[in-house]
Design a protein around this ligand. Structure first.
Ligand code: URA
Length: 239
């Protein structure tokens, strides 16, 4: 890996903004290879130099990948004047360039990938890629085999094109129905609009998987963790 400035290394490692990092340097809290370093412009090699702050060694990760169980009430954005964002849910030592891969509606829960890897995000979201997304939904209305067929055939949700074939699995059918739905596109409010197109309303929506990557069922609502190497491989294979 090439040499990078110490202040950038520290900021990327989640140690604050460049100016916050400069203060920490002035306070003699940073060591490079066990020597106190105060100059922000010093160049280091993240592969070979050992950098620590307050005695804690920092490991350089060019890219970070988190799985978040998004709660309702937060927006899938990096900044928002009114609402809390999904990035604010990620705690200490986060890189400053994280963003969510795609969007879930404010009231949708479930699997959301948070990363700073723009290339991976672009390839997962590219319109031609058709990565499967599976959702659990509660529906106000009776979902029947006819509904399943309409979803399979594609629906007019007011866009230029019909929706691509979607798989609907009925778990319970009644005045309120419980379903799983697998879509391959990522249109705005897609699942809600598909049910509206057949005269029903989604009252609860949760994303369960994206490609081969499933939401960890032990993550509580609002909790997150780093992806394992295996999960990252699964995600990369989905693109
Ligand atoms: N479809 C929707 O309607 N909302 C979401 O958040 C995701 C898919």
């Amino acid at each position: 890996m090439s040499l990078i400035r110490l202040d950038k290394f520290l900021a990327d490692a989640g140690q604050g903004t460049r100016s916050e990092v400069k203060i920490k340097l002035k306070q003699c809290r940073v060591r490079v290879n066990d020597e106190v370093v105060k100059k922000p412009e010093i160049k280091i090699n993240p592969d070979t130099d050992k950098v620590s702050i307050d005695g804690k060694e920092l490991v350089f990760e060019e890219f970070q990948y988190y799985m978040l169980n998004k709660p309702a009430g937060v927006v899938s954005a990096t900044k928002d004047d009114r609402d809390k964002t999904v990035i604010e849910l990620i705690g200490e030592d986060k890189r400053r360039d994280l963003f969510p891969v795609g969007r879930l509606d404010k009231d949708t829960e479930g699997l959301l990938i948070i990363t700073n890897d723009g290339a991976l995000a672009n390839s997962l979201l590219a319109p031609g890629k058709h990565v499967d997304k599976c959702y659990f939904a509660r529906i106000d209305g009776r979902v029947t085999e006819d509904t399943v067929k309409s979803f399979e055939n594609g629906l007019d949700i007011g866009d230029e094109k019909l929706t691509a074939p979607a798989t609907l699995i009925i778990e319970e059918s009644g005045e309120e129905s419980l379903v799983r739905i697998i879509i391959t596109e990522g249109r705005y409010h897609q699942v809600k609009r598909m049910f509206e197109a057949v005269g029903m309303k989604v009252t609860y929506l949760k994303r369960l998987s994206m490609g081969s990557l499933c939401l960890d069922s032990s993550l509580g609502i609002g909790e997150y963790r780093k992806l394992t190497e295996h999960e990252l491989d699964l995600l990369k294979k989905s693109k």
